[in-house]
Design a protein around this ligand. Structure first.
Ligand code: SAM
Length: 336
């Protein structure tokens, strides 16, 4: 259990912090995120391959420095860093320093070339890639009361909720700017300010290169009416109960996280620009080279999952170049 005693009413931010990252918290458990849900990283090695190609573009934009950094931010068990190293061309791999930044302990058997840290290294020259990090940065939840006022939602560690104080100060300002709540009882919003701060601090670690945050996202004008706070346990969506037994996640207001010069693009477009098309192999290949055909078909299926509408393809990629041109400029549709 990562939380206080049942019966204690706390804001969702404090309750989630304890449930996910406190002693015995959900993300400190041995099975890791892959034991409970499937990210793009787990879905297919094609994803790490695409990120490796993105690192190659960053390398070119940087003028191929003597050392090139790759930072797997919120690394889970380091699966993306491992996959990226494996997918890099030998000459780039030899110049690459790979880091995994994680709250959880270094897993046994991880490639010795990957340095395991609890904070991003400073002065990164290269690519910092945060896949499904910000959705796990704990936030407060606001709900409109019968009088039309936004109040903080308090929760016990059995998941029961009640309304607390009116939202004031920085939280109220964030809501007004990024997620205005009409005065209708029951409407809810997640106050994303801690994610904006977390992202700004990760970007600040990049001296030159690119920072990318990938998450289920929404933008002003498409915010969900009742928020998206939910739980995951052993592959299933479940009620969010802050007792350390399940993941607690909420989609990310990536437009609020964006710093000047950022672009937001759907995963399907980002991956297409990095060579993942999902095209099925020509049927003729089945007779000329059946093994290659089967392999290409499996790869097309994995690409389809990574780019699917209503699924991983809808994720947002927030691209934040630092001192280089945006290496995915051709895929960029939505400046934020
Ligand atoms: C949903 S998992 C994603 C893991 C991996 N990036 C992937 O896509 O498979 C979120 C991970 O973020 C880690 N995390 C959350 N906040 C963090 C922080 N401030 N620093 C480092 N890791 C963090 C959690 O421990 C967890 O392993």
């Amino acid at each position: 259990m990562g939380t206080g005693a049942t019966g204690e009413w706390r804001g969702w931010r404090t309750a989630t912090e304890a449930a996910l990252y406190g002693p015995g918290g959900f993300y400190r458990r041995s099975e890791g995120p892959a034991g409970h849900f499937r990210t793009s990283v787990h879905a297919s090695a094609l994803f790490a391959g695409a990120v490796a190609r993105l690192l190659g573009r960053v390398d070119d934009a940087l003028g191929r420095p003597a050392t090139l950094d790759f930072v797997d931010m919120a690394a889970g068990r380091g699966e993306l860093a491992t996959g990226v190293l494996a997918a890099l061309p030998t000459d780039v791999q030899a110049r690459t320093r790979a880091y995994a930044v994680e709250v959880a302990d270094r897993p046994d058997g991880l490639d010795h070339r990957i340095e395991w840290l609890t904070e991003p290294p400073r002065g990164i020259t290269g690519l910092l890639f945060a896949n499904e990090w910000l959705d796990n940065v704990p936030v407060e939840v606001a709900e409109v009361d019968p009088a039309g006022e936004a109040r903080l939602v308090l929760v016990r560690d059995d998941g029961q909720e009640r309304l607390g104080e009116p939202v004031g100060g920085a939280g109220a300002r964030w809501l007004e700017r990024w997620w205005p709540l009409p005065p209708e009882e029951g409407l809810r919003a997640e106050i994303g300010a801690p994610r904006d701060e977390a992202w700004a601090s990760a970007v600040a670690a990049v001296e030159r290169g690119l920072a990318v945050a990938v998450d289920y996202a929404h933008t002003v004008g498409t915010r969900p009416l009742c928020g998206t706070l939910t739980g995951f346990r052993e592959g299933r969506e479940t009620a969010p109960v802050p007792d350390g037994s399940c993941d607690i996640t909420a989609h990310v207001a990536l437009d609020a996280c964006a710093l000047p010069g950022a672009h937001l693009v759907p995963q399907r477009e980002a991956l297409r620009a990095l060579g993942i098309t999902g095209a099925r192999p020509p049927l003729a290949l089945a007779s000329t080279d059946p093994v290659a055909y089967v392999r290409a078909l499996a790869s097309a299926g994995e690409a389809a999952e990574l780019t699917a509408a209503g699924g991983l393809g809808d994720f947002g990629w927030l691209l934040q170049p630092v001192g280089i041109p945006d290496p995915l400029a051709t895929a960029v549709r939505s400046p934020v």
